[in-house]
Design a protein around this ligand. Structure first.
Ligand SMILES: [Fe+2]
Length: 254
């Protein structure tokens, strides 16, 4: 009897039931003093992290690998595949508890990225020696800011997130540091302000992280949308995953 009740409860999971609480209050002063960046080695409850790990296993057959010489090597799964195969991750992305906590941290209202953004939430797979991503910003192609929440899911690796704070602030000395993000840990930052990279994976290592992207203004001009889609197709998810949604839209409108 109790098994039936548990199954019913699971099938009715809402964004609110996947996440009951977060460590609080959000440490806004630390976020501001570090130039719109925060690292916490403990963030998500263990049961939520367990659901994310189950989601990773569910999408393993849908990983798209890319190799951009001198910049990036690794696998990615877009939000479209996550919607199909790991809906609990999509539920967590929309959790009001999570979004409100992040709004307190960054000090402004946040919205989920639009439905046609393949990068709204995505999994990054570092599974082969040399998998990495070089120095970059998470550039916003939106009219407003774009914040990245990077969650540790699986980390049996020597990879580091290396980052540089205050690179775009002439009045503050640039500082560099490096962290590993354990399962349940996080970093959160303004994508246009944090210069960062992931160092290369070594043999017999494995690392999977989950990115959530939130925006302050979901509008994007058409040329910016084209550039964003091309970047996602070439560097992350492949043309099929990125442009399938657009082709589907045109077909349904015809
Ligand atoms: Fe990044």
């Amino acid at each position: 009897m109790s098994t039936v009740v548990a199954a019913d409860a699971a099938s009715q999971d809402s964004p609110d039931t996947i996440l009951a609480s977060l460590p609080g209050p959000a440490p806004r002063a630390a976020f501001v003093s570090q130039g719109a960046f925060l690292y916490l080695d403990t963030f998500l409850p263990a049961d939520v992290t367990a659901k994310l790990i189950a989601g990773v296993h569910a999408v393993e057959g849908a990983v798209n690998r890319n190799y951009l010489p001198g910049h990036k090597q690794g696998g990615s799964v877009s939000r479209h595949k996550i919607d199909e195969l790991a809906p609990a991750i999509a539920q967590l992305y929309r959790s009001p508890i999570l979004i409100q906590w992040l709004e307190t941290l960054c000090g402004e209202p946040l919205q989920p990225s639009p439905d046609d953004d393949p990068h709204a939430y995505a999994l990054y797979f570092y599974t082969k020696p040399g998998d990495h991503i070089g120095w970059h910003y998470d550039t916003s192609y939106y009219d407003g800011r774009r914040y990245t929440l990077l969650l540790g899911v699986i980390d049996d690796s020597s990879c580091f997130l290396e980052y540089r704070l205050h690179t775009r602030d002439d009045n503050v000395r640039i500082t560099e540091d490096a962290v590993q993000i354990p399962p349940g840990g996080m970093v959160f930052f303004d994508g246009d302000r944090l210069h960062h990279r992931i160092t290369p994976l070594r043999a017999n290592e494995r690392r999977v992280s989950l990115t959530f992207e939130y925006v302050t203004n979901p509008h994007m001009r058409p040329i910016q949308r084209f550039m964003s889609n091309m970047k996602d197709a070439v560097a992350y998810f492949g043309f099929r995953q990125v442009f399938r949604q657009l082709v589907g839209k045109r077909t349904s409108q015809a």
